[in-house]
Design a protein. Structure first.
Lengths: 248, 1006
């Protein structure tokens, strides 16, 4: 009796078996790659805005404090986006004829607001509060990325819940004091980083991590230092991971 | 039909006997529970009563669906991030910070009288109404209507545009048309102009009306569907002149209520309830309670709370008043009706006499003028004038109004003396006395204009409809129950084309200024307020020094008309306890709010006593699978109405109660077709009650009643006792109560939070609530406040019938007895507010397969909507049945653009398939905690106030931090009366109760 399958059937069967396992796994991994990558999360993607506003220019080069425009960041859950009036407080005097600023002037004249694309957004079921994070000295860049380097603003972090929990579970890795002035109000310290960097101060590893978003290996001493701050500022670590702290 | 009824009819004697035999269970929820029929118990025990409404799916289909859902479940997590925009202001508004709510003072008007409120606005949207602590009618408290009024503001069915005979038109055309009418009248081509308004207390509006009347020779009439004519006429009868009585319940040791419900009706009722509660507080050994004697017809909240209560027909209250007057030595010849009995009247009289100057006789809003006159006469006779009751100059702008006024208007129309009729607010075509045939009269007027928040039954019959701005959109003013004036300050530009009545009438006087200028100029120019005083009035919500001046009230000799008695079956007409005279018919929150005593929703019913039900051969049984009530047809004269029958223990015999306000046909999507219209039964002569009614059963119908849902199967729940019992045993604990870890010496042994066990690592503030049952009057303010604060969905009548209402807090009503035999006829009534208790050992938590309900470090039982997959095991395991499940997409209604604006942005709007429950207002806790951390100033007691606590007029709810030794909640928890509900479960609920202490006069014969 002749053989039913020729020799090459072996190869086909092996390849089929491999594909049977590999394709679904590949599909799942591809799906994960898409959902976690910038294609879905928009991290690192500058969006088209009606006005090509540059944070790098305003923050780094001009040294304007964050709170000049995001005025309610210390008091309210929302940081606030500047009104046209705020833009015009300077641009009524400088760059008054710049074509890039035409939408701003038009908005001021007509009373129709500028419609910005939203970059940083947490889902509706997350009740995020800017003010308390600032009060604890969490620097803007921790969540928003190296804003001083952004010509057109992009999203700095993907805002997955596990990313939030990194800090809420281990706040000792994120709390720090300004070593040049350890008693400084943590709230104020959060905004000092840009000028310290601009004027060439030596930044500590934590400060670098916060400013540029670089990875950081913590030593035992650094963690002990952070734990002292947790204690000193009365941060209730268990409470930070209570569901109702952020969802309700 | 009749035969069927006959067979299934309850044997009341047997019920009574059964009740008398019952030992452990002397609290019962209703007749069906006492009767304990097999059908009823089956219905009660069924986890899914009325399962007929659930879809029938066979096993194969079920598996298919399950398989498909599991496959697709993962996909539901996949989506691309939605694009959204940030649209900042062009010019930043002053004092507004994005993300921070601002409060403004304004005035809520009920029946013409103003109550000061503070309204929370969020980015320009008014969201929540709270009482204004500085306003004399509120003192910080509010009531159910005031809370729910927010929904009326955003009601998509509100009148949006000027219409002429149903076609869209404009303000210019409408005003032009009216001016043309005026011209024609001046030329004599058209009959005179008449204006019909609701009763108003606004000095400004009245001034403009008078100006208009002077300019044009128009006539001004006033009418409220459910008005206070009797109260005003009673005062006039007693003193020969108009004054407004202002009560001081704080000073009254003895209060006699003549069918009065000062907890929920009439000017100042919120304030009165708060004052009253001051005299009901029991702390340790201090037991100085006032005593309430109540005579009631339709059971009301004061009767439910009263220490001694008697029921009689509404027409008999006057006899009681006369008997009481005789007994205190004022007048002669009065004898109490048999239903009340001499003993009650004599005892009440004795105590009144013993407390001259510190007692109070309060007449009911819906009693005839003679009862009011007698009550005032007794108060003056007892020396209460100037002490517990002060007579101030009339608060109403024109106190000579009411049913006589609309009668005169109807007469004028009938004789062709009205060429143009302008109706400002109100709905006379719906609610005017039936004998006036006001709807018919309207057609005889050549030009008719109606202004209203809604285009209602009256607008339909008028040529022109003008949209009115709601009180949150307009400037105005109103006076409180004591005359204090306050400004109505808008919180938002009118959503639609609305204008205020004030603006309209000024425009008709050729003064088209905006409302703000009219109000400011009136108070600053005419009334001489300085700029500072005006600004302070806006800020504080009261205009200082405007309280009514006291007037000398000298009693006139009373010439009482012969008593208006009724024969045959008496019908008592009352405004609906939730939707009032019908204005709020389209307010879903109020429709679904259970009526305080009967717990029915969405309907008006025929309320009847057990004994009369037996005489009328009415059926109380429910069919287990298909609970139905008798549908009765009540006929008075030539008019009749059909409504379901509810047998209400405590209702007087020989009478039935019908609530007006229902049966609207032009209310809107929610209110149309709910209940039946009772107004056609009510005539000028029988505004409050009528005799010779007939009732016959014409069929069966369903009633959406929350009464039997979430039953606790008759266990001892409400703890209560008289003052003497309290002095014997201050815990008021029934013998044989089991304890595991309740209050008392075992506290520490079982107290997980103090031991700090690993599983329950409590940290930080520990939140707890105590509810004083001795103060709860059952008014529903807390339920309504919770609805607004927490975005509670309205589910509709059918779903309430299925037991799916979503209220996070409910007020259970129990009937009980004092000491003697429990009584079906006149039981004691107890209320118990119940929300999630946040048990330290919460039974709901371990049964959740997805950890969607877990415990927080601060002792809160958290519910995580995003994790919930809807197994409902938690609800199954909750001993208090306080969890609510979104069986359907109930919140879809809130996707409508205007209703979207109603939602509190601090609270998630829950979707289908998730469980929800009371959160202890965690959004308020989080806010306070964040402020605490930012400022570094520790929270003080009272910094976190839950919505229910804030609304409560009696301050029966206390919320606070257990770790603060000095906190009020700790003090209450250390009262002897403090007890845990179902202590034997050992689940350590964070909400505990204080047993109710009553102060009955034991001498009164039953």
């Amino acid at each position: 009796m002749p053989q039913i399958f020729s020799k090459k059937a072996n190869t086909y069967s092996r390849v089929s078996l491999f594909c049977l396992l590999a394709l679904p796994a590949g599909a799942i991994m591809a799906g994960m790659a898409v959902t976690r990558g910038p294609a879905q999360t928009n991290v690192g993607m500058p969006l088209d805005q009606p006005v090509p506003f540059s944070h790098k220019h305003h923050v780094e080069e001009l040294g304007i404090d964050c709170r000049y425009c995001h005025a309610s960041v210390e008091t309210s859950a929302k940081a606030g986006v500047p009104t046209t009036e705020t833009c015009m407080s300077c641009h009524a005097h400088i760059w008054t004829n710049s074509p890039l600023l035409e939408p701003v002037r038009k908005s001021y004249e007509t009373g129709v607001p500028i419609k910005w694309q939203k970059i940083n957004k947490v889902p509706e079921f997350v009740y995020f509060d800017h003010s308390i994070h600032i009060a604890r000295g969490i620097n803007c860049n921790t969540c928003h990325g190296p804003i001083q380097d952004m010509h057109i603003t992009w999203k700095g972090q993907y805002f997955f819940m596990r990313w939030c929990l990194e800090c809420h579970r281990e706040p000792e890795k994120y709390l720090y004091v300004n070593p040049r002035d350890p008693d400084k109000d943590p709230r104020q310290k959060a905004f000092d980083l840009y000028s310290l960097n601009k004027y060439g101060e030596d930044l500590t590893p934590i400060e670098w991590r916060n400013l540029e978003g670089s990875d950081l290996k913590f030593s035992k001493d650094q963690i002990a230092e952070g734990e002292k701050l947790v204690e000193k500022w009365g941060v209730k670590v268990k409470q930070l991971t209570d569901c109702w702290t952020c969802h309700r | 039909m009749g035969m069927d009824n006959e067979q299934k009819r309850n044997d009341l004697a047997a019920l009574q006997a059964k009740l008398a035999q019952s030992r452990g269970k002397d609290l019962w929820r209703g007749l069906e529970e006492v009767s304990e029929t097999e059908e009823f118990n089956r219905w009660l025990d069924d986890e899914f009563p009325n399962r007929g409404t659930l879809p029938h799916v066979d096993r194969r289909d079920f598996l298919k669906f399950m398989g498909a859902s599991m496959l697709l479940a993962g996909l539901s997590g996949c989506r691309f991030l939605p694009k959204s925009h940030i649209v900042p202001h062009v010019m930043g508004p002053e004092d507004r910070v994005t993300g921070i709510a601002v409060y403004y003072a304004t005035t809520f008007v009920q029946n013409g009288f103003g109550t000061g409120v503070l309204v929370r606005t969020y980015e320009g949207r008014p969201l929540k109404i709270e009482g204004n602590a500085l306003h004399p009618s509120s003192l910080g408290a509010s009531d159910a209507t005031m809370q729910a009024a927010m929904q009326t503001m955003y009601d998509p069915d509100r009148a949006k545009a000027v219409t002429y005979r149903g076609e869209p038109s404009t303000w210019e055309l409408a005003l032009g048309s009216f001016r043309k009418c005026l011209e024609q009248t001046q030329k004599g081509e058209l009959g005179p102009v008449a204006i019909l308004t609701p009763v108003t207390t606004s000095p400004n509006f009245a001034a403009w009306l008078r100006k208009f009347v002077n300019q044009t020779g128009a006539r001004w009439f006033q009418y409220d569907g459910v008005g206070r004519d009797a109260a005003r006429e009673g005062v006039r009868m007693a003193f020969g002149d108009d004054t407004t009585p202002v009560y001081d319940f704080k000073k009254a040791n003895v209060i006699v209520s003549l069918d009065a419900d000062f907890f929920s009706e009439g000017p100042g009722h919120v304030r009165y309830t708060r004052d009253f509660a001051e005299r009901r507080r029991v702390h340790g050994e201090e037991v100085e309670l006032n005593r309430v004697y109540a005579v009631e017809s339709t059971p009301n909240l004061v009767g439910a709370f009263a220490d001694n209560k008697k029921r009689c027909k509404a027409s008999e209250v006057r006899q009681v008043a006369e008997a009481l007057a005789t007994a205190i030595g004022l007048g002669s010849g009065g004898t109490a009706p048999a239903s009340v009995g001499d003993s009650f009247v004599q005892q009440a009289a004795q105590e009144l006499l013993a407390n001259r100057g510190s007692c109070l006789v309060v007449p009911g809003e819906h009693q005839p003028k003679e009862v009011h006159a007698l009550a005032h006469a007794m108060n003056v006779f007892l020396g209460n004038s100037g002490l517990t009751v002060t007579y101030v100059e009339p608060v109403e702008a024109d106190s000579k109004s009411g049913v006589l006024s609309i009668g005169r208007l109807a007469e004028a129309i009938g004789s062709g003396q009205v060429g143009t009729l302008l109706i400002l607010g109100g709905n006379p075509a719906f609610d005017a006395p039936a004998d006036l045939n006001f709807a018919g009269a309207l057609s005889k007027v050549e030009h008719t204009f109606h202004m209203g928040v809604y285009a209602n039954e009256t607008s339909e019959l008028c040529d022109w409809h003008l949209p009115e701005a709601y009180f949150l959109e307009a400037w105005g003013d109103a006076r409180a129950h004591d005359g204090t004036a306050s400004i109505i300050q808008p919180l938002i530009e009118p959503l639609y084309e609305g204008k205020s009545q004030l603006e309209l009438i000024a425009a008709l006087c050729n003064d088209p200024r905006p409302g703000h200028d009219l109000v400011r100029d009136f108070w600053m120019k005419d009334r001489g307020l300085s700029k500072e005083a005006w600004e302070r009035a806006l800020h504080d919500g009261v205009i200082e020094g405007t309280a009514g001046r006291e007037v000398a009230a000298t009693l006139q000799p009373l010439n009482l008309d012969p008593a208006q008695t009724t024969s045959g079956l008496e019908v008592i007409f009352r405004p609906d306890p939730t939707i009032g005279d019908g204005f709020y018919a389209n307010n879903g929150w109020l429709q679904e709010l259970p009526k305080p005593l009967t717990k029915t929703t969405w309907d008006n019913c025929v309320y009847v006593s057990p004994k009369t039900a037996e005489e009328l051969k009415l059926n109380v049984w429910r069919d287990a699978d298909n609970p139905q009530h008798d549908l009765a047809e009540v006929t008075v004269g030539s008019a009749s109405v059909r409504a379901p029958v509810i047998i209400q223990p405590g209702h007087p015999d020989g009478a039935i109660t019908l609530h007006v306000g229902y049966g609207r046909t032009k209310a809107g999507a929610i209110g149309d077709g709910c209940g039946s219209n009772v107004y056609p039964l009510r005539t000028t002569a029988t505004m409050h009650f009528a005799g010779n009614a007939t009732l016959k059963v014409v069929g069966k119908t369903k009633v959406a009643n929350t009464q039997y849902h979430h039953s606790m199967h008759g266990r001892d729940i409400v703890r209560y006792g008289s003052v003497s019992k309290y002095k014997e045993n201050p815990t008021l604990e029934p013998p044989g109560t089991m304890h595991i870890g309740g209050h008392g010496k075992d506290e520490d042994k079982y107290n997980l939070f103090r031991q700090g066990k690993k599983d329950h690592a409590f940290d930080g503030h520990q939140w707890a609530m105590v509810i004083d049952l001795g103060l709860c009057v059952g008014c529903n303010a807390c339920v309504s406040a919770c609805n607004v604060e927490n975005n509670i969905a309205v589910v509709g009548k059918d779903q309430v019938i299925n037991g799916r209402e979503m209220h996070w807090i409910r007020i259970d009503r129990y009937y009980g007895s004092k000491d003697g035999a429990p009584s079906l006829d006149s039981p004691d009534t107890h209320f118990m507010p119940l929300a999630c208790m946040h048990c330290e050992m919460a039974p709901c938590e371990p049964v959740c397969p997805v950890a969607a309900t877990v415990h927080s470090a601060e002792g809160l039982n958290m519910m995580v909507y995003n994790r919930c997959v809807g197994t409902r095991y938690c609800s199954n395991n909750c001993p208090y049945k306080v969890r609510r499940f979104n069986f359907l997409y109930f919140t879809k209604q809130y996707e409508m653009p205007s209703l979207k604006m109603l939602m509190n942005p601090d609270v998630t709007v829950r979707s289908r398939g998730v469980m929800e429950k009371c959160t202890f207002c965690v959004q308020r806790i989080n806010k306070a905690r964040i402020e605490e951390k930012k400022s570094g100033v520790p929270l003080k007691d009272g910094d976190v106030i839950t919505a229910c606590q804030q609304a409560c007029p009696t301050q029966a709810i206390i919320f606070g931090d257990l770790t603060d030794e000095q906190s009020q909640v700790n003090k209450w928890r250390h009262e002897h009366r403090n007890y845990t509900l179902l202590p034997e479960l050992g689940i350590r609920p964070r909400t505990t109760y204080l047993a109710k202490v009553t102060n009955p006069n034991e001498e009164v014969e039953a």
